[in-house]
Design a protein around this ligand. Structure first.
Ligand SMILES: Cc1cc2nc3c(=O)[nH]c(=O)nc-3n(C[C@H](O)[C@H](O)[C@H](O)COP(=O)(O)O)c2cc1C
Length: 208
């Protein structure tokens, strides 16, 4: 059975972000996709220290939820990230977690389907959405989209339940994500994964 790893970056386990995520989760489940939810927000998560430990050891030097999530991401066919907006960006816990998760894991994320969901009271959703999508697009992960940018508005879960278009966007996202996961699984069988070149790592224009 295909599986999506879901990360709730909000410290509120049953808040606005969780309400949006639950709508996607429900739809994914209805479409026959299994989900596993990890609560990221509210955890003491530090940022990447750029120590290079992971380059040699294939895991983060800080042995916390990031290393617990890594094998779950490796086996998943998709990743769904939810974050509240803090000062126009995804919140700090989400960014610390994702920097370390994506940087420290040596396995390929190629063709795992990614989707981000954001929640704000008034503004900053699209900027935060853009930030989260960049983790996918640097990793060869196709991004599932919906009928609007994947956002809800609210200060409480109750507000989000009244954001009917936001919830509709979440359900459409879930269906599109499920479709992409199934289509990619079929395409892998038929064509195999596309080649990913990785010979070059050019930091300066002269290639040194
Ligand atoms: C530190 C902090 C910063 C916030 N910054 C913004 C912001 O820039 N724009 C906004 O519309 N809401 C902002 N909010 C409100 C939350 O993003 C919003 O209420 C969100 O839907 C809460 O989601 P949650 O219930 O999943 O935590 C902020 C909240 C906090 C705690």
């Amino acid at each position: 059975m295909s599986k999506v790893l879901v990360l709730n970056g909000s410290p509120h386990k049953n808040g606005c972000t969780a309400t949006a995520l639950q709508e996607v989760i429900l739809t994914l489940n209805q479409e026959g996709i299994e989900t596993e939810l990890l609560q990221i927000g509210g955890q003491a998560l530090r940022g990447c220290s750029a120590c290079g430990f992971c380059m040699k050891n294939g895991r983060c030097v800080f042995d916390d939820l990031v290393n617990e999530a890594a094998p779950k991401l490796e086996e998943a066919d998709g990743l769904l990230i939810g974050s509240p907006v803090y000062y126009g960006s995804p919140n700090g816990a989400v960014l610390s977690f994702l920097d370390r998760l994506f940087y420290s894991t040596p396995f390929s994320k190629h063709m795992k389907v990614g989707a981000a969901v954001v929640s704000c009271r008034r503004g900053g959703n699209t900027a935060s959405f853009d930030v989260l999508n960049k983790y996918f697009t640097i990793s060869g992960m196709p991004v599932a989209s919906s009928t609007y940018w994947n956002q809800v508005h609210g200060f409480t879960a109750e507000d989000v339940r009244k954001d009917l278009e936001g919830l509709q966007t979440m359900r459409n996202l879930g269906r599109n994500m499920a479709f992409m996961i199934r289509a990619i699984a079929d395409a892998k069988e038929k064509y195999g994964l596309p080649l990913e070149e990785s010979d070059h790592f050019t930091s300066f224009p002269d290639g040194k």
